[in-house]
Design a protein around this ligand. Structure first.
Ligand SMILES: Cc1ncc(COP(=O)(O)O)c(C=O)c1O
Length: 456
């Protein structure tokens, strides 16, 4: 059979609320043209993020009931620890309430002024947590990954040559660790090849620099390796995950993505001394090391989610459903990052709206139009999220201006996705009439969450 079906039946449903275009125009204006500030109830199809928005399985809900809420040594922690160790093989596993808490702990200990942390592309919270300590977060993505229109299998790969020159230039003693983000969220949800992970590890070993993996979407990345990389088609997603983590010295993970949970994360590593320091800080900021800011029931939900995520029927459906949306948009001429990523479609706002310059936030203009046209909420990943100002106050835009339509796991059906494609195509047809935006309020860090705008 050619149709790939959702590998689940629906037991519990949640109604979505329809609004009119006129209502949405008013709601968006009241939210300062920032869809982050909308009430979720006013959104028809919410593609703001795939983080924490998964539909949990009946077994996960059963785990919620089984949760052991003991303060110390809870049974749920040991289930969680087993599930994480079964996949990553890491010696020390530290639960945190979400991914950024793991980052905060890791970089508070390893960071500080004069230090550098390379990555293929840092996610915004990773970058913020590094910069908060006075260190520098550096993106060393391979050149192909910076060109939305180029189709390549592993556009999330690290540029190995640049990494080596970077280490030589800054000095290995100033690089406490190097990260690889799988898949590369800020660069289009593009996967990293096993070869690249292996090569990065080999290089880092020469300089004695530890490798940490930001594993938010490790299962999606493993499935891409199985489908695209020579030598892996006969391996299971779990075997591929084992190999990925065998090259790592540590892992940060938000379990809100490939943990299929609504909250949770962890920090894991093999270095005992580092683990001890991380646990000590965890006690100050998150909680006792056997719950780390989570309820016992949350630990159960993550443990069960991690056992479901590597099911290959699920992964096939997941990757195909994102690709399906991508194909519909490409056939209508809508510019997206090609090929489609694992968890989201990224509209290329530069090509979508060539008449709107970066300082007028073309991505934000598309985001606002998608909401007004069809009640769809996406997010800008461009000059708003990553733009910096130079000394004269001029915006330095990032390499790409994108809009991410992230697909929550196991939440929307094929007809929802068909509807999304119709709305995007409708906005694309009207693209010449779209206008830019100017910021009227911005916070000093992570401004995209709370910024307010006026339409130009
Ligand atoms: C690649 C990546 N790293 C880290 C994080 C941070 O995780 P959390 O939102 O759970 O703090 C995210 C969240 O979207 C992410 O995509």
């Amino acid at each position: 059979m050619k149709t790939i079906i959702e590998p689940f039946k629906i037991k519990s449903v949640e109604p979505i609320r329809f609004t009119t275009k006129e209502e949405r125009e008013k709601l968006l204006k009241a939210a300062g043209y920032n869809p982050f500030l909308l009430h979720a109830d006013d959104v028809l199809i919410d593609l703001l993020t795939d983080s924490g928005t998964s539909a949990m399985s009946s077994e996960q809900w059963a785990g919620i009931m089984r949760g052991d809420e003991s303060y110390a040594g809870s049974k749920s922690f040991y289930n969680f620890e087993d599930a994480v160790r079964r996949i990553t093989g890491m010696r020390f596993i530290i639960p945190t309430h979400q991914g950024r808490a793991a980052e905060k702990i890791l970089f508070s200990i390893t960071g500080g002024p004069g230090k550098y942390f390379p990555n293929n592309t840092h996610f915004d919270t990773t970058r913020a947590n590094i910069e908060f300590t006075g260190s520098e977060a550096v993106d060393l993505l391979n050149e192909t990954g910076k060109h939305p229109e180029i189709r390549a299998d592993f556009k999330g790969n690290m540029d190995i040559e640049k990494l080596e020159s970077f280490i030589k230039e800054k000095g290995k003693e100033n690089i406490p660790l190097c990260m690889i983000t799988i898949t590369n969220n800020s660069g289009g949800g593009q996967p990293v090849s096993m070869q690249n992970i292996r090569d990065v590890k080999k290089l880092l070993e020469r300089y004695n620099i530890p490798l940490f993996i930001d594993a938010c979407r490790f299962a999606e990345n493993a499935y891409f390796i199985k489908k695209r990389e020579k030598g892996y088609s006969g391996k299971s997603a779990l075997e591929i995950a084992w190999e990925i983590f065998s090259y790592a010295d540590g892992v940060t993970m938000s379990a809100k993505k490939d943990g299929l949970a609504n909250i949770g994360g962890f920090l894991a590593m093999n270095d005992e001394n580092l683990a001890m320091q991380c646990r000590n800080l965890l006690i100050v900021t998150e909680g006792f090391p056997t719950y780390g800011g989570l309820a016992g029931r949350d630990l159960e939900a993550v443990a069960q989610g991690l056992s479901e995520i590597l099911d290959e029927h699920y992964l096939q459906y997941r990757i195909r459903s994102v690709e399906y949306l991508g194909e519909k948009l490409i056939s209508a001429g809508v510019p997206i990052i090609e090929p489609p990523g694992g968890h989201a479609i990224y509209l290329d706002a530069k090509r979508f709206l060539p008449h709107i310059p970066p300082e007028q936030f073309p991505g934000q203009s598309i985001v606002c139009s998608l909401y007004i046209e069809g009640g769809i909420r996406g997010v800008e990943i461009g000059s708003l999220m990553f733009g910096k100002y130079d000394k004269s106050g001029r915006l330095i835009p990032p390499a790409m201006e994108l809009v991410r339509l992230a697909i929550p796991r196991r939440v929307y059906t094929q007809s929802h996705i068909d509807f999304v494609s119709e709305v995007v195509i409708e906005v694309f047809k009207k693209r010449d009439s779209l206008k830019g935006y100017k910021i009227t309020y911005e916070a000093p860090m992570l401004r995209h969450f709370t910024a307010r705008f006026d339409s130009l």
